[in-house]
Design a protein around this ligand. Structure first.
Ligand code: SF4
Length: 236
């Protein structure tokens, strides 16, 4: 596992749990608004090479926080790119922590296997844009195979095999009300959908011109999306 850094505790990342977040390196997308370019762009990833966290150090850290943490969120980058993901998450689970996986939906088969084997307790899946214009958010055209697999992951989650959420980082000039409606319609019947307001800062694309939405705009989006998904949360 390529572990770039750890957020030692959070009350908001893993719903209902006190968790830490571990960030893996490498991603198949190039989202313009991404705040973790050090986990995505090879030239930036190189800069962290001397500071990568050995797995044994991570597990030592976890052991020392058993009294305090309920869960571990495995994030990135895109964690399903890591060949050691299954064993890593299994070990975390065996230590007694709840395990959450953040994924952009790249590899439904590993997600399914980890759920079927009782390793994952929670899956958070990114929904980046309305499907016909997905590239506008992720920076790379996706293949038919990706969409096919992404659809299958949605079906799997809708079957209620594991707790899950869909979430979209939404930004002005990138998403419109129609896009929000298209995204919510796509995951209609899903359990939870979070709209995460874009916050400016260090972005993968330095020319990204997106801006945060106002509270009123977000409430309007919430109203639109709630036609299709029962629980719409806003993360601002
Ligand atoms: S925001 Fe996009 S580019 Fe950044 S880590 Fe997530 S999926 Fe990869």
């Amino acid at each position: 596992m390529k572990l770039a850094w750890i957020q030692k505790h959070t009350l908001v990342d893993y719903p209902g749990k006190v968790a830490c977040v571990v960030f893996t390196q490498g991603c198949n997308f190039r989202c313009h608004f991404c705040h973790n370019p050090e986990c995505v762009l090879p030239e930036k990833m190189m800069l962290l090479q001397n500071d990568m966290i050995p797995e044994e150090n991570f597990f030592t850290f976890l052991e020392s926080r058993k009294w305090f943490l309920d869960g571990v969120s495995i994030s990135g980058g895109e964690p399903t790119l890591q060949s050691g993901l299954y064993d890593f998450a299994k070990k975390v689970k065996e230590m007694g922590f709840a395990v959450k996986l953040d994924t952009n939906g790249r590899d439904r088969q590993i997600v399914r296997r980890m759920v079927d084997d009782g390793i994952l307790d929670y899956v958070a899946v990114d929904l980046k844009h309305a499907l016909p214009s997905y590239y506008k958010a992720v920076g790379i055209e996706q293949t038919k195979e990706f969409y096919h697999s992404y659809e299958k992951l949605l079906q799997f989650l809708l079957e209620g095999n594991v707790d899950y959420e869909y979430r979209s980082t939404v930004a002005k000039w990138l998403h419109t009300a129609d896009d929000i409606e298209a995204m919510a319609y796509y995951i209609r019947g899903a359990k939870n959908y979070y709209l995460q307001n874009y916050v400016g800062g260090n972005t993968l694309d330095p020319d990204f011109g997106g801006e945060s939405f106002t509270d009123d705009e977000l409430f309007e989006f919430q109203k639109i999306a709630s036609k299709y998904v029962k629980n719409i949360g806003i993360r601002n």
